[in-house]
Ligand binder design. Structure first.
Ligand SMILES: Cc1ncc(COP(=O)(O)O)c(C=O)c1O
Length: 405
């Protein structure tokens, strides 16, 4: 079946976080009429990692079948659910997962909270590599732990891990856990096996447990190759927790089903105990059905999606090269999030945010929310019909050029 990713599906007024909220008065608030009165045109949202495309038809069919039944009682993931996860990881990534190691949670962000809670105590340190997905910081703060920062190095338009700094940070005995973002949101790096091995070696040598958040693992562009952390070798697998979910790949976030792979039985028990102590015992029936349908029948859709995203990335890249050549676009190797360097404009973070929200009328994720290393950058979500992306880019161009008039 051919999917039409150019099709515009109106999401306004559907309780969509992406479309029905705006950034205003220092927060993200529900959209209302005052926004129209204040501004000539409605804002275009290219911020939160949510795609504007319809799901694979088999997912829509599976969810519709449950909705039609009309009885929405408790559900539980059956063995076929785990089999679908295992088959997908083997087929797409060559990773052999033991189904007994899989622990479900209603999302990776809650899982990160449970992981920090299960494996650290208040006051411990958790290592992260900013600029990075900001809920990592929330989990660290909410569980009264402290961040140990190992910022990425930005050199010649590409990001790299700083291994010397990593060694120094991991040598601190208070660092108990490291959260790896692989592929990395927002800088778009797909880490090589060599980089992951060095990262893992340093963590293991210092007895730092690795949590590898691999939610973007299926969204790999160009010729880049994703390496699941657990495939680096048995010792890497045993000292790690891998976070996976079809929710970014197929845009199923609201159905709240994700899977953590925890091979070590003691660590798995500790994690499950933490999840249960939060009163979570199961998933919802829509999420269960969607995971199975997506992993079993969503591959054809995913191949088409990846072609479309690659086209959107090349479109954006050539737009900046032709129209705004002083603003470098970082190559997106994986994810559908593009990290763009606006530092040459010389604006502080508030002025850059104002330029995007109020002048361009595009809602992007501001670089600074990923850590101070991100100041002066913007994260653009390109998972939308190309016509919407084109309109957003034209608006950004006009706003940037308007700065000098
Ligand atoms: C790295 C990363 N982890 C987790 C999430 C969100 O996970 P969930 O919706 O399952 O809580 C995102 C969403 O953008 C993400 O980029």
């Amino acid at each position: 079946m051919n999917y039409d990713f150019d099709q515009i599906i109106s999401r306004n007024g559907t309780n969509s976080y992406k479309w029905d909220y705006v950034k205003r008065d220092g927060g993200i608030v529900p959209w209302d009429e005052t926004d129209v009165r204040r501004h000539a045109k409605p804002v275009l949202p290219l911020w939160v990692a949510d795609m504007d495309f319809p799901c694979p038809q088999p997912v829509v069919d599976a969810v519709t079948e449950i909705a039609r039944m009309g009885v929405y009682g408790y559900a539980f993931p059956p063995s076929s659910y785990y089999d679908s996860v295992v088959r997908w990881m083997k087929r797409r990534h060559g990773w052999i997962v033991d189904p007994d190691t899989i622990c479900f949670t209603p999302g990776i962000v809650p899982a990160l909270h449970f992981l920090v809670s299960a494996y650290t105590k208040p006051g411990d340190k958790v290592l992260v590599q900013p600029p990075v997905y900001y809920p990592f910081f929330n989990a660290i703060e909410n569980l009264q732990t402290r961040p140990a920062l190992n910022p990425l190095r930005y050199e010649d338009g590409r990001y790299y891990m700083d291994f010397d700094d990593l060694e120094a940070k991991c040598a601190d005995p208070e660092v108990k856990l490291a959260i790896l973002c692989s592929p990395h949101n927002p800088v778009g790096r797909v880490w090589s096996a060599e980089e992951l091995r060095r990262f893992g070696r340093i963590c293991m040598d210092n007895d730092v447990l690795v949590v590898s958040d691999e939610i973007h693992c299926d969204l790999i562009l160009g010729n880049h190759a994703f390496t699941p952390y657990a495939t680096l070798g048995p010792e890497y697998q045993e000292r790690s927790i891998i976070c996976t979910s079809p929710s970014k790949t197929f845009n199923l976030a609201a159905l709240q089903a994700s899977n953590m792979m925890i091979p070590d039985p003691g660590m798995r028990d500790a994690f499950q105990q933490t999840v249960r102590s939060a009163g979570i015992f199961t998933l919802n029936p829509f999420g269960i059905a969607a995971v199975e349908a997506a992993y079993d029948h969503g591959e054809e859709w995913l191949e088409q999606l990846l072609d479309y995203l690659e086209g959107n990335f090349r479109f954006l890249e050539s737009f900046f090269r032709d129209h705004l050549p002083g603003i470098p676009v970082i190559e997106t190797e994986g994810t559908y999030l593009v990290w763009v360097d606006f530092t040459s404009l010389g604006l502080d973070k508030d002025a850059l945010q104002r330029l995007m929200m109020e002048e361009a009328r595009v809602f992007l994720d501001e670089g600074y929310i990923f850590g101070p290393e991100g100041e002066g950058f913007e994260r653009i979500n390109i998972a939308c019909p190309r016509s919407i992306l084109a309109e957003a880019l034209k608006r950004i161009e006009a706003a940037v050029k308007g700065l000098n008039t």
